[in-house]
Design a protein around this ligand. Structure first.
Ligand SMILES: *[C@@H]1O[C@H](CO)[C@@H](O)[C@H](O)[C@H]1NC(C)=O
Ligand SMILES: *[C@@H]1O[C@H](CO)[C@@H](O)[C@H](O)[C@H]1NC(C)=O
Ligand SMILES: *[C@@H]1O[C@H](CO)[C@@H](O)[C@H](O)[C@H]1NC(C)=O
Ligand SMILES: *[C@@H]1O[C@H](CO)[C@@H](O)[C@H](O)[C@H]1NC(C)=O
Length: 960
């Protein structure tokens, strides 16, 4: 409505203007009016203007003509003479951009023909709005465009002219662009968008704007266009990591391929600009070997063996990059977590080896260091030792331990130790390791040699070869080398007054004891040696042991016949009463053997007899008895040859002859010479005669000497032996020197008789060898055996046995059961008592007193005493009473010996040749007749004292 009103206003104005123009035209009329007037609108009254008569117009056929065929825009109203709009007049159509737009037409009148030019000036009105050529203008602007950048926009077009054309532009308000309008040289305006603020694709991908063009008309008109700006991406963003520091813990035993962590970075750019790849930035060469980084997904994984003990933390940077090289970094810290993968290690820092065995307990012998490179509990270590060793560990500084002894060491028990040290850490599971330390113990000489036996004894046969080995001793010393090397030696001592080294020697290395000389059982039966075993240590240790050496008997002595004298030298004749009945005791052969044991068991045999059936001899007793009653037809002279054998392995024997005279009267005795043994040689007879003569010659001398000796003996019995008797020295055992040529032996071999004051016991001690005549058994005169020498032999045994332990049971047995005089003798008189204590003890035991063997029982002491007393009486009686007519038999009686020295030959009480005793006591034969055992038990001392007559011959005296 407003628009209409204003258009009315414009018409009225145009009308006034038109009038003005018409008046100014010269002959011609011109009108000016705006375009776009309505048809019929009056432009002006042309009649008037031209002065024409309006009434006549019609008549005159007034009309408007146009040149050519041009469109007729106006018409004349013939009634009013007004000029009106016939057609729509659009100036823009008719004139376009021309600034003046004039339409020309003619007014024609007829009657008169008249022609008038009419100019129609068409004025512009703002009837067109500005118009843009496009509805939408698009731009693509990179986000990297800088401020001030201009982007031209096509201008808007307005068909109107002058003021009514485009006058200005308005841009929608926005933050990025402004508008710049300028005109070119032709005055044409153009529009540019100016970038006021950079674009950021990442913020705003596009910008939409409205541009409005406004014309200058009144009212103005406008036209708009949309501008679409697309923001193009530029690689303006670097990748960004999700964390600036990545921290992760990784167990050190992680296996290969374990993913440690994944880093990730993002890039705000799009497309290639936003594609991120990863790689290590700063990284140590060591870490590079252990870890890899996946280029595309950022995974860090393990590619090597990770060892906490090598490095506990790895630091590196990771770079994220986009396609065009923008990058950023992040730090990665990989902390390795310790796993108990290292066993403790044991180091031996010092060790004293070998250690002496006398080390005090608690002494340090070594230092040990233990290390575990793991951390915390995994590296905390405990040390221990195996059991059963005398050592312990004492912790000292930090990881150091002292190895000390806890007890005494003894090399002889344990000479070296393998000490196993075990170290265990406290990880879970715990790891442990062990080390063995070898410690040896050095020797100290702390053990003396020890003999294997406490006492040694050796038995050696007599007559051994000098140098032969006797026995050996052995001592052991557990110490080491020279501390345990045993050397043997003999401790100096005396054996029977001679140094022991003259008897035995010892091998220092082997301990074998050798005899230095040949031993003689009859000389001594045993001795003791002290052997010292010493080691070679310094100082040396030693011990000693006693070695008892027993010498055992060999059958090296043949029996010696005491009565009668051995064969060929006997002048003794036994008288046998004619009335003797069967079994009567006629005589007795007495023999001794200086050997001992079996070697001294004697047996008697008749080897030859005048009448073999008449006499028998007791095998063990030596008693000669009649086998049958004597008859008148028997020869008065009866000779027997008796052999005495010992019981040694190879037995030795001796023989003697017994002459028997069957007669009741000495007067009947035939010539002595005739009585000599049939087989005796003339030489023997000759010696016998000499002997008889000598005996007779010295008879009186003997009496005197005996009396003198007896006298002395009463006061001082010792005189009887001391130096008084010279012993033949023809035979001497080896190693014994004879003293001078005087025929006396050095004192060692002489008699020693002691009287002990405390008792009436005198030990008769005699050491000697035998007379030359005692050993051989041939039948020559030089073999004549003196009873004195026999006694000497007996005495040797007597003395020795008191000192010697019996070497075997055999010995003991024979002592008690032996027959005859070859054993020990207990002899007691008013003055002297010869005793063997051992014998006394042995006799007292029932076991030994019972004689089960073939040998007769030994006499009791009482019997012996009785027998000896009787013998003594008998002898003294005989000495006083016997006259020369007694065939010289009495010359053989030696009161000296019968009194004091005749040993107790139990059977000797029946002294042969004493017919007086046999006849004077008729009961006596009956007593003698029972077997030897019975007679041995004869209990009647008075009778026994009367019957026996002890007769002894002493060739010693003859030699004197
Ligand atoms: C690493 O050690 C731990 C503890 O000692 C154990 O539990 C785990 O199984 C081990 N891992 C590997 C891969 O050996
Ligand atoms: C100690 O070990 C050594 C060598 O292994 C061995 O010869 C020796 O017999 C061992 N000693 C002991 C007492 O076990
Ligand atoms: C023997 O013992 C001594 C200490 O008594 C010692 O010094 C020496 O080394 C030992 N000898 C040997 C070979 O062991
Ligand atoms: C023999 O050993 C004993 C101890 O067994 C000792 O008393 C004695 O002195 C030693 N004799 C010698 C001569 O060494």
């Amino acid at each position: 409505m407003a628009f209409k009103r204003s258009s009315m206003l414009i018409r009225m104005l145009g009308f006034c203007l038109l009038i003005l123009i018409v008046h100014s035209a010269n002959g011609d009329v011109s009108y000016s009016f705006p375009e776009e007037m309505k048809r019929g609108s009056v432009i002006g009254n042309i009649a008037k203007d031209l002065g024409l008569d309006v009434n006549r117009l019609a008549a005159r056929k007034a009309r408007i003509d146009t040149e050519g065929n041009r469109k007729r825009y106006c018409d004349i109203n013939p009634n009013t003479g007004e000029l009106t709009i016939a057609e729509r007049i659009d100036r823009e159509e008719i004139c376009g951009d021309e600034l003046s737009c004039v339409l020309k037409c003619d007014l024609m009148l007829e009657q008169p023909l008249e022609l008038h030019r009419v100019s129609l000036q068409i004025e512009d009105i703002n009837d067109n709005a500005p118009v843009f050529s496009k509805d939408l203008i698009t731009f693509e602007i990179g986000e990297s465009a800088v401020r001030g950048a201009r982007y031209r926009v096509n201008e808007a077009h307005d068909a109107d002219i002058a003021h009514n054309t485009v006058h200005g532009y308005v841009l929608e308000k926005n933050e990025h662009f402004s508008l710049a309008v300028s005109s070119n040289v032709y005055g044409r305006k153009y529009v540019e968008l100016v970038l006021d603020k950079e674009l950021d694709r990442e913020q705003k991908k596009e910008v939409n704007l409205i541009l409005t063009a406004v014309d200058g008309g009144t009212p103005p008109r406008s036209g708009t266009v949309a501008i679409h700006v697309t923001v193009l991406d530029a690689n303006d963003n670097a990748p960004v990591f999700s964390q600036s520091v990545y921290k992760v813990n990784l167990p050190e035993n992680s296996s290969l391929g374990t993913v440690v962590l994944t880093v990730s970075a993002t890039d705000a750019d799009e497309g290639q600009n936003g594609k991120v790849t990863y790689e290590f930035g700063r990284i140590s060469a060591k870490a590079r070997k252990l870890f890899t980084l996946n280029l595309h997904n950022g995974q860090i994984s393990v590619t090597g063996h990770i060892d906490f003990e090598d490095a506990s933390v790895y630091e590196m940077t990771v770079e994220g990059k986009d396609e065009f090289g923008l990058s950023s970094e992040a730090n990665v810290v990989i902390q390795i977590v310790d796993v108990n993968d290292n066993a403790p290690e044991i180091f031996l820092k010092s060790l004293h080896t070998p250690v002496p065995e006398n080390l005090a307990p608690g002494t340090e012998v070594g230092i040990i260091n233990v290390q575990d490179i793991d951390t915390e509990n995994n590296g905390r270590v405990k040390c221990s030792l195996q059991q059963n060793v005398p050592f312990k560990l004492i912790p000292s500084l930090k990881s150091y331990y002292s190895l000390v002894t806890t007890g005494e060491l003894d090399r002889e028990l344990v000479s070296d130790y393998n000490i196993t040290i075990t170290a265990t850490d406290e990880g879970s599971p715990p790891l442990s390791s062990s080390k063995t330390v070898h410690l040896s113990v050095a020797d100290v000489n702390d053990n003396p040699p020890v003999f294997e036996e406490q006492v040694y004894s050796a038995h050696v046969k007599e007559n051994n070869k000098p140098g032969s080995s006797v026995c050996y001793v052995a001592a052991t010393d557990p110490d080491w080398r020279q501390n345990g090397t045993v050397v043997y030696s003999l401790l100096p001592s005396d054996v029977s007054g001679a140094p022991v080294s003259s008897f035995v020697s010892i091998n220092g290395d082997t301990g074998v004891i050798h005899a230095v000389r040949s031993f003689d059982y009859e000389q001594f039966k045993s001795f003791k040696v002290l052997v010292l075993a010493r080691d070679n240590g310094s100082p040396p240790l030693s011990s000693n042991v006693t070695v008892s050496i027993f010498i055992s008997d060999e059958n090296d002595n043949s029996p010696q016949i005491l009565y009668p004298s051995p064969e060929g030298n006997s002048f003794m004749t036994e008288m046998v009463p004619k009335a003797a009945q069967s079994g009567s005791l006629v005589s007795k052969v007495i023999a001794v053997d200086s050997d001992s044991g079996q070697n001294a068991w004697l047996s008697y045999h008749i080897v030859k007899a005048t009448d073999p059936g008449l006499f028998t001899i007791g095998e063990h007793s030596g008693e000669i008895r009649t086998q049958r009653d004597i008859s008148e037809s028997d020869s008065t002279k009866q000779n027997l040859i008796v052999s005495v054998k010992d019981n040694g392995q190879s037995s030795l024997s001796a023989t003697c002859a017994v002459y028997l005279l069957i007669s009741d009267n000495l007067a009947e005795v035939p010539e002595l010479k005739d009585m000599s043994y049939d087989e005796s040689s003339s030489k023997l007879t000759f010696y016998l005669i000499i002997a008889l003569v000598s005996v007779s010659t010295f008879f009186l001398t003997f009496i005197i000497i005996i009396l003198a000796v007896r006298f002395c003996h009463r006061r001082k019995p010792r005189l009887l032996f001391d130096g008084a008797v010279a012993i033949p020295s023809a035979y001497l055992p080896p190693n014994y020197a004879e003293v001078e040529g005087a025929g006396t032996l050095c004192s060692t071999y002489n008699y020693d008789a002691y009287l002990t004051t405390g008792s009436r016991t005198s030990d008769f001690k005699f050491i000697t060898s035998y007379n030359e005549g005692t050993l051989p058994a041939d039948l020559t005169l030089k073999n004549v055996q003196s009873s004195f020498n026999d006694l000497e032999g007996l005495d040797v045994q007597l003395e020795d046995s008191s000192e010697q332990k019996p070497p075997n049971t055999d010995w003991r047995f024979t002592q008690n059961q032996r027959p005859g005089p070859s054993g020990h003798y207990t002899f007691q008189s008013n003055h002297l008592r010869w005793t063997s204590p051992r014998r006394l003890r042995a006799a007292a035991t029932p076991e030994v007193a019972v004689g089960t063997g073939p040998w007769p029982n030994p006499p009791t002491e009482a019997e012996q005493l009785q027998a000896l007393m009787a013998a003594a009486n008998e002898v003294s009686e005989a000495t006083n009473t016997l006259g020369p007519g007694t065939m010289g038999l009495s010359t053989r009686y030696s009161p000296q010996f019968t009194l004091q020295h005749v040993p107790d030959y139990r059977q000797n009480v029946y002294i042969p040749g004493s017919t007086a005793t046999l006849t004077a006591n008729p009961q006596q034969p009956q007593q003698a007749l029972p077997p030897p055992q019975a007679s041995g038990a004869q209990p009647e001392p008075p009778k026994a004292a009367q019957t026996p007559a002890s007769k002894k011959k002493s060739t010693k005296k003859e030699k004197k």
